[in-house]
Design a protein around this ligand. Sequence first.
Ligand code: AMP
Ligand code: ZN
Length: 140
Amino acid sequence: MSENCIFCQIVNDRLESRTVYEDELTLAFLDVNPLAPGHTVVIPKAHIERLEDLPTEQMGPLFEAVRRVTDKVQQAMKVDATTIGINNGRAAGQAVPHLHVHIIPRRADDGGGSLHSIVHSNGPLSLDEVQRLIQQVFGA
Ligand code: AMP
Ligand code: ZN
């Protein structure tokens, strides 16, 4: 638990939330400022800031919860599509520094875009160069 973290406060019942799913490691609740009806966030109960910090043994349970909640929210909201994503780090728009997966119900006529509409800032590096840079880090 991180004292100043609002999502830790929700996990520890110090702050109210509209919970829709809970298991030993995971909590899912309605986003207080929804982008679409049924917008839900799924979090690990442990205070983990970013995806890279999530212990391997918690990865499966978190993603399993995302799968289950996605299925139920789609049924409840009567949609057959969702955008699922993580703002991973402040530069990516992460406002709450406790890892959370957004599940956003989508409709063909909702006026929104795909993940490809988020950013268009590809720089001068070729795909070959980018691949080499990433492989170097894997090999380091
Ligand atoms: P992010 O920008 O990815 O960090 O998103 C944080 C999300 O948490 C936003 O969509 C907020 O609307 C949502 N949020 C913030 N406080 C609460 C809260 N107390 N209960 C539910 N959702 C919250
Ligand atoms: Zn936290």
